[in-house]
Every structure is written in structure tokens, then in C-alpha cells.
Design a protein around this ligand. Structure first.
Ligand code: EPU
Length: 418
């Protein structure tokens, strides 16, 4: 298993470019099932999860021409509506294939999707199932598989009892080819949802309101060909900005959209960080005294759960107490134990809240990356720690960040993959 070996406390500086958003690309790829014409996707991040999504699509019978950050997909010859269990098992986003397959073929069979370990009970899919039922589908569970069938999908009103990003995207895609009007209420509002709706509309879909809590979809019979450029990854941008602040470096983050991380940048002001923003760049400069500030994760436009772990590392370098309150997931603070082993002064109050007492000197340790976001947080901690840190299970970092070791080396980091 590859590992990262990181020699901490090396000065970092320069420019780092943000890649296309993983959590946009992972929806645009399955959305290609909604059209029988050729789809071109640009600015695709070259990461593990994208490879798996394309493999799943290819298994269904699609033709795929993938070169670097661009892919051309044609799903006309899809010849099955069943997700390969070995592939679907491996990542939760396999669930994003279910709605488009149901919309196009009126039936789909799939195993409970796998993924990382951040939610209890294997991360539920009840909202998806309820939504499909609202559109007129029947859901059966047989053994480890779900089978969903519909004679016809009909527009309906569905209220999300919990705000869900992938739930919103899934029902929005499914309703695109349903008969009549679907109204989705209490929707998630992430920029990737608006990007998906804009893209589907460019192919002939009729979606209004994406990016707000109510989305109205007027079903159409089919979608045309389309070209989509993946939006910049706001979580990468935010993680790099936090890395620059925690390591007191002067780093410019390019090809990003700072307006997508206003929740973070607002806090940057409150904690006294020295930074500048432009339309598509963000420069973080060294700040001597970082003030502590409490955060509570929230759905967009609130503070993203995906930046909670890097922010916690930053707070280990702040002057005083801060509380980190994770409200989206119930297993997303377990990594703090590793920060404590590195010398951070962190008290776990309950599974959802920790108190960080900064500033602390961090020391190198042998660590294991538990999930993508905690993984990048450990990389940041290792970059500021004294000594040589070893991070195992970096598969859980590669899933989300393209070629991260090379990109960090270009900033001056001493990080090698062995
Ligand atoms: N939930 C349910 N039932 C469902 C679906 C979700 O109860 O059927 C609950 C979840 O357990 C969670 C809450 O709803 O407590 C919100 O989860 P959501 O469905 O919004 O998360 P998601 O759509 O599965 C996406 C991102 C996550 C990101 C969250 C929150 C993708 C592929 N994943 O997940 O990204 O943390 O939204 O912003 O878009 C990551 O990139 O590392 C990652 C985990």
C-alpha cells in the first residue's frame, strides 16, 4: 500500500492550481445516461473516484474516450440497467447512476452503495428511495439488492426531510425525463447542483430554481448532446487556503471561484488572516497571530463539512479556544485522535463537538488516513509538524486530490510517495 512520507516545517510558497470539482464530475458522468447523444466533459479531475465512475459507465455498455482531463461519452448502446456489485460496492456515488438509469430504462437494480466511513449505518439512501417512489416507482429489496421499477415516471412534489446534496441531484436528474412537473422542496443549494442544472438545461432539460431550496422540473422526452466544463473544486481551494494559513506560507491559489467559499473567507477575516482575493484566485500570506473562532458545519452556503478537518488543524495553531461542531456527519471527528497524538490539545466533548486549545507544536507520527477530507487535514498537520510523518492508506487522499504530492512538492513541500 502506498504511503506519504512528509518532512515537516519546510517553507512553502508559490502558486497552486485548483482542479475540476470531484463532486461535480461525479454527477455529470452519470447524467450522460439521460441522453443518447455524445457528451463531452472538460476539466475532469484525474482522481480515483472518476476512474471508478467511468468504469461503471463502461460496464453498462457506454462508449468512452478518455484522455487526460477530457472525456467523450456516448451511452446510446447501454445494454443493462444493473450496477455491477463489485464496482458499485466501492463508492457511494454509484448511487448517482440509479436515477438516470431509472429515468431512461424505467428499471434499475443495484447493491447498497459503498463509500467512506463518515456516516453511521453505512450512510442511508432512504431519501433517494422515497423520492423515486414519489415519482411513481416501486422499490423492492431482494437480498443485498434494490430493484426499482416504474411503468411511467410522473412529476410529483417531494419534500426532503433532510437536506441532501446527492439526493437533490439524483431526483433532479430523474425528474428531467419524467412526465409533467416535479417540485423538489428543501433542496440542497451547493454550486455543483446549479452547475448540473445549467448543464442539463443546455441539453434541453427544463429546470428552474437550482441553487435555491425549491427546484421545479418540467419533464422532457429526451436530452440532446452537450459539453460541460467542470467547475473548480471549492473544497480543494479551501483546503489549500487553510494549508497556506496553517503553515504561515505565501501561496496563491489559482483557477478557483472564491465566491464559492465565502463562509470560509468570512471566518478568515474574523481570525485575522492576511489574504487577498480576485475573481478566480486567492492569495494567503503569512499571519503571525491567528485568532480562534468557533465553527458549526452547515449545508451550503454555510461552512462545508468537507473543510471541517483542515480547519481544525488550523485552529491548533490559533491563540486560544475554539469549538468545532460537526452537524452533517456523525463519524467525521474521529481523526482528531491522531492530531492529539501529534501534540494538539483537543478535547472531544461528544461525537459531534471538539474543543481545540491552541496554539500547539505538532510532532511527526505514523498516521492512517481515515477518509478523503481527514486525509488532507493530516497532510496539512504533517507539513507543519516537526519531524517525519508517515501517512498510510493514502488511497483515501488520492480519491479526492489529483496528484497531490507532486503539486505540494512544486510549492516546496518535502513529500514523497513510497
Ligand atoms: N442522508 C439521509 N438519507 C439519505 C441521504 C442522506 O439521511 O438518503 C443524510 C446523511 O446521512 C447526512 C445528511 O443527509 O447526515 C447530508 O448528507 P448528503 O446527502 O448531503 O451528503 P451526500 O450527498 O452523500 C455530498 C458530498 C459529500 C459532502 C456532503 C455534504 C458528493 C459525492 N458527496 O454527500 O462529499 O460531504 O454532500 O456537503 O457530492 C467528500 O467529498 O468527501 C464528501 C463526503
Amino acid at each position: 500500500m502506498p504511503k506519504f512520507i512528509i518532512q515537516g516545517q519546510k517553507p512553502l510558497s508559490g502558486e497552486i492550481e485548483v482542479k475540476g470539482a470531484k463532486n461535480s464530475a461525479l454527477k455529470i458522468i452519470p447524467a450522460s445516461i439521460l441522453s443518447e447523444e455524445t457528451i463531452t466533459i472538460k476539466n475532469l479531475p484525474q482522481i480515483e473516484d472518476i476512474g471508478k465512475a467511468l468504469e461503471l459507465l463502461s460496464f453498462l455498455g457506454s462508449s468512452i474516450r478518455h484522455s487526460g482531463s477530457e472525456v467523450e461519452i456516448n451511452t446510446k448502446n447501454i445494454n443493462k440497467s444493473e450496477l455491477e456489485p463489485k464496482l458499485a460496492d466501492k463508492f457511494r456515488t454509484s448511487m448517482m447512476f440509479v436515477g438516470p438509469l431509472l429515468a431512461r430504462f424505467k428499471e434499475v437494480k443495484f447493491p447498497h452503495p459503498g463509500g467512506c466511513v463518515i456516516g453511521a449505518s453505512g450512510r442511508p439512501i432512504d431519501l433517494f428511495l422515497e423520492g423515486f417512489q414519489a415519482l411513481g416507482a416501486e422499490v423492492k429489496v431482494s437480498g443485498k439488492f434494490y430493484e426499482i421499477k416504474a411503468k411511467e415516471l410522473k412529476g410529483a412534489t417531494y419534500f426532503f426531510s433532510t437536506v441532501s446534496v446527492t439526493g437533490t441531484e439524483s431526483l433532479m436528474m430523474t425528474a428531467t425525463l419524467a412526465k409533467g412537473i416535479t417540485t423538489l422542496q428543501n433542496c440542497a443549494m451547493e454550486p455543483e447542483i446549479k452547475a448540473l442544472a445549467d448543464y442539463l438545461n443546455s441539453q434541453g432539460a427544463k429546470i428552474k430554481g437550482a441553487g435555491s431550496p425549491t427546484i421545479i422540473i418540467e419533464g422532457v422526452k429526451k436530452l440532446k448532446a452537450g459539453t460541460f466544463k467542470i467547475v473548480p473544486d471549492r473544497i480543494e481551494a479551501g483546503s489549500f487556503a487553510i494549508m497556506a494559513a496553517a503553515s504561515k506560507s505565501d501561496i496563491t491559489i489559482t483557477k478557483c471561484q472564491p465566491e464559492h467559499i465565502l463562509s470560509l473567507l468570512t471566518i478568515f477575516k474574523k481570525i485575522g488572516l492576511n489574504f487577498e482575493i480576485g475573481k478566480d484566485w486567492l492569495r494567503v500570506k503569512p499571519t503571525k497571530n491567528i485568532r480562534p473562532y468557533n465553527i458549526k458545519t452547515h449545508e451550503y452556503p454555510g461552512f462545508p463539512t468537507d473543510l471541517q478537518s483542515p480547519y481544525t488543524v488550523l485552529m491548533t495553531q490559533a491563540q486560544g479556544l475554539s469549538t468545532i461542531h460537526e452537524i452533517i456527519y456523525d463519524r467525521r471527528l474521529l481523526y482528531v485522535d491522531m492530531l492529539s497524538q501529534m501534540g494538539a490539545n483537543i478535547i472531544m466533548c461528544d461525537p459531534h463537538r471538539v474543543v481545540v486549545n491552541g496554539p500547539s507544536k505538532l510532532y511527526a507520527k505514523k498516521l492512517i488516513s481515515p477518509d478523503i477530507r481527514a486525509g488532507i487535514a493530516l497532510v496539512i498537520a504533517a507539513l507543519i509538524a516537526k519531524g517525519t510523518t508517515e501517512i498510510d492508506n493514502i488511497y483515501q487522499i488520492d480519491r479526492g486530490y489529483e496528484n497531490i504530492d507532486k503539486r505540494l512538492r512544486d510549492l516546496g513541500a518535502d513529500i514523497v510517495r513510497v
